[in-house]
Design a protein around this ligand. Structure first.
Ligand code: SF4
Length: 429
């Protein structure tokens, strides 16, 4: 029988979850393209299908099964590879899904080309995964040609232990690229015509931990942004998300004075109740959060601030939720990302009682989404009449194009080729 690699030509990807996963899928795609594969659309017939899974999305398991079933109906002879956080957390469960050929854990995903060489369709699914404690290597990743904005992964893993979170179990210890290497990647991206880089990581503010030549490396996120600011050709940077306790005054001040770092922060809050923050084992209290928002607005009144918040965490009473609602209402922030708490295996939050009924969780989610809508509207209206710089994306969506101002206000307008991947002065109306 010919080996699998002799027959394989096309590969298709499907990504679930966060920006980190998108940047990693993009890198996996480049790795396989270097190995002779041709990338094709997930809805087309391919020789290999790769699904990059997430452990944060609800029903990761169901979603994964549905995707595999879809592939089986369309291309029963194709190889199916599952990787990502869910593959690290539940490798056996995934391997038992009919049609799956290969399960790649956190340490193995970037060796995908090697693993495919030894694969034969019809054998039972092969699991290549090690204990997450042993995952120590860092693989830099970035999305290229996928968007005008590129997601550049500079950090992975997390040393925190928030009681609701499975990410440290799926991605391992905090580790980073070196400043030097990130700068090289940024230069490479600039040479490819990329205008905006979104710095991405699991716990970005913890950037700097790593090993080089067997020796421990200690750098800081502040050092990183200072060096990136000097890279020619990149016109914009955004910081995807940063923990409030790691967002220092010097970072805020630097962003305020930089022409390249955009006035835009995304800062997880998770709850506006100090009781709940304690139970979540978050490393700050609401006072510190308010202080950081105040400092940002003092330096950059026009800065956009996004907030992650979880509703329905165990023991969140009506009173606790009211505290969160009122706190967010009072804060000068621009939009919210609202998550409904859902139980995750092996997390400490499972021991916290009482659980919040699911219908109450949904009701709270709705209230905060409405608040977010109002906040965004208010923030946008504050800028009407101003001229701000908009970077337009190159995608033509039914004759329309989209772009974002420096402070992350979304603009939609009829498509014009000469504007795509260009920064245009735009009067907000
Ligand atoms: S900081 Fe907390 S929520 Fe974020 S990845 Fe680490 S453990 Fe999870």
């Amino acid at each position: 029988m010919p080996s699998f690699m002799e027959q394989v030509k096309t590969v298709a990807f499907h990504t679930l979850g966060c920006k980190l996963n998108f940047s990693e899928t993009s890198s996996l795609s480049r790795l396989l393209e270097q190995d002779g594969f041709v990338k094709t659309d997930f809805d087309d017939t391919a020789d290999v299908y790769v699904i990059n899974t997430c452990s944060v999305t609800d029903n990761a398991d169901k979603e994964c099964r549905q995707l595999v079933r879809r592939i089986q109906r369309r291309a029963p002879e194709s190889m199916v590879v599952i990787t990502g956080c869910y593959a690290q957390l539940k490798p056996e469960e995934i391997a038992s899904i009919e049609g799956v050929d290969l399960v790649l854990g956190a340490a193995e995903k970037f060796n995908i080309a090697e693993h495919l060489k030894n694969l034969t369709k019809g054998d039972s699914a092969k699991i290549c995964s090690c204990d997450i404690e042993d995952v120590n290597s860092f693989h830099s990743s970035y999305s290229l040609h996928d968007r005008t904005r590129t997601f550049l992964k500079v950090q992975d893993g997390c040393d925190y232990n928030c009681t609701f979170c499975t990410i440290p179990m799926a991605r391992g210890k905090s580790r980073s690229d070196s400043v030097e290497n990130v700068v090289k990647n940024a230069e490479k991206l600039a040479a490819n015509g990329v205008k905006e880089i979104v710095l991405t990581g699991v716990n970005l503010g913890d950037f700097g931990k790593g090993f080089e030549g067997g020796k421990k490396r200690e750098e800081t996120f502040f050092e990183l942004i200072q060096e990136l600011d000097k890279v020619e050709g990149i016109e914009r940077y955004r910081i995807s998300s940063i923990e409030p306790n790691l967002l220092t005054a010097e970072i805020i001040e630097f962003v305020a004075n930089s022409r390249k770092f955009m006035p835009h922060f995304h800062i997880p809050l998770q709850s506006g109740s100090n009781d709940i923050l304690g139970l979540m084992r978050r490393r700050y209290r609401r006072e510190l959060y308010a202080e950081k928002v105040g400092l940002i607005k003092q330096f950059m009144p026009h800065c956009s601030i996004g907030v992650d918040v979880i509703v329905g965490f165990p023991s969140e009473s009506d009173e606790h939720f009211r505290e969160t609602y009122d706190f967010l209402h009072s804060l000068d922030v621009s939009y919210l990302h609202v998550f409904t708490y859902s139980e995750r295996a092996n997390t400490l939050a499972l021991d916290i009682k009482p659980v919040v009924p699911v219908n109450v969780r949904h009701e709270r989610n709705k209230m905060l989404r409405n608040l977010s809508h109002k906040k965004l509207q208010f923030f946008t209206e504050q800028h009407i009449g101003q001229t701000r710089k908009v970077l337009f994306e190159s995608h033509n969506k039914d004759g329309m194009m989209e772009g974002y101002t420096d402070n992350y206000i979304k603009i939609t307008t009829p498509f014009r080729e000469e504007w795509s991947n260009n920064i245009i002065d735009w009067e907000l109306r």
